[in-house]
Design a protein around this ligand. Sequence first.
Ligand code: PMP
Ligand code: GLU
Length: 398
Amino acid sequence: MIRISQLANSVKPSATIAAGTKARQLKAAGVKVFDFSLGEPDFDTPKHICAAAEKAAAGGQTHYTPTAGTAEVKAAIANWYKSFHGLDCGPENVIVSNGAKQSLHNALAATVGPGDEVIIPTPYWVSYSDLVSMTGATPVLVNATPANGFKMTPAQLRAAVTPKTRVLMLNSPCNPTGTVYSRDELESLVDAMDTTDAAILSDEIYEQLIYGTAKPTCVATLRPWLKDRTITVSGASKSYAMTGWRMGWAIAPAAVVKAMDTIQSQETSCPSSVSQAALVAALNGPQECVAEMRKEFAGRRELTVGLLNAISGVKIPAPEGAFYAFFDVSAYFGKTFGTTAVTDSLTFCGALLEQAHVNLVPGVAFGAEGFVRMSFATNRATIEAGLAKLKEWLATGS
Ligand code: PMP
Ligand code: GLU
């Protein structure tokens, strides 16, 4: 028997990936599933982006590239940040990886280890705490409450800082809550860190998916000193519907990029050459596709929030960004559905999938028991039918 390592045994499987896999298996077995689990746009990648990849492959861009990405892709990223946020960065500040998940992992691996602490506001995206634990560092969770719009306050942050704090993770717009911090709120948070020398790891992957009057903020631009202290992570999966291409990146001080480059050189050599060509087209090409997808997500958000608020015991404000509804279902805990006693978000989601074939992700995976997450990055017919099914099923609890 081959012994499994302590590292592998200590990592929890990603709850979002697990929920997506479960839905795929049920669909393969012929079950009609109302799947709201994975945060993945249902749109195909825009045609001009695919065409650039086809051209690159046909033209021989099929070899290893520099570890941190081609000069073209780094320039496209740097130009994008200059024009959208006024952020100046050179090629030595940019590294492209196989998805923002790898960028986050490498950023953490490059900056923390055993004995270090990483502050993470909850609810947090499922992978944050395990990615931190995989480095040997300790996640320090700060409970951002629904009463405060799931926003961590500067006082909470100050109370969590210790001499061991090495990194603060921020994620606005937030997965799973859709919370968008204002510029002022982010300024207050980063100012609470200025007595430390900790890095700020800002995951801004949903910055182009914001609705209403909320605005995106590039944390690195908030204060002059932040340029040397911030690692910005983002990617093409959400804004350009490019999940399968695995394109993520980090913008950071040159020494951090160098450390991430060294790790990546041993880990995956480089990101996919063809995907990099696609990313150049996404960032340099027409941006109307992003606006069109955002408009459609905005409509689905209205639909989702309206239907959820018509369900007894559920109350949710419209999320300001991303494409998730994160709502409290604890009013249903303590009830029995079919033969299942629902006691927490895990048993709730398990029974809901089994009995009504509606697939949500339990809040406990995001550090928020009592809640569930629904991705509305799916078509309106599925949202309408799936939420009707959810409403009907909830009424069967006794
Ligand atoms: N950060 C957040 C907040 C996410 O929701 C996701 C999910 N896709 C990622 C990072 C990773 O994205 P990817 O690896 O597809 O670029
Ligand atoms: N980030 C998406 C989600 O939260 C995709 C799955 C994943 O990368 O974990 O569902």
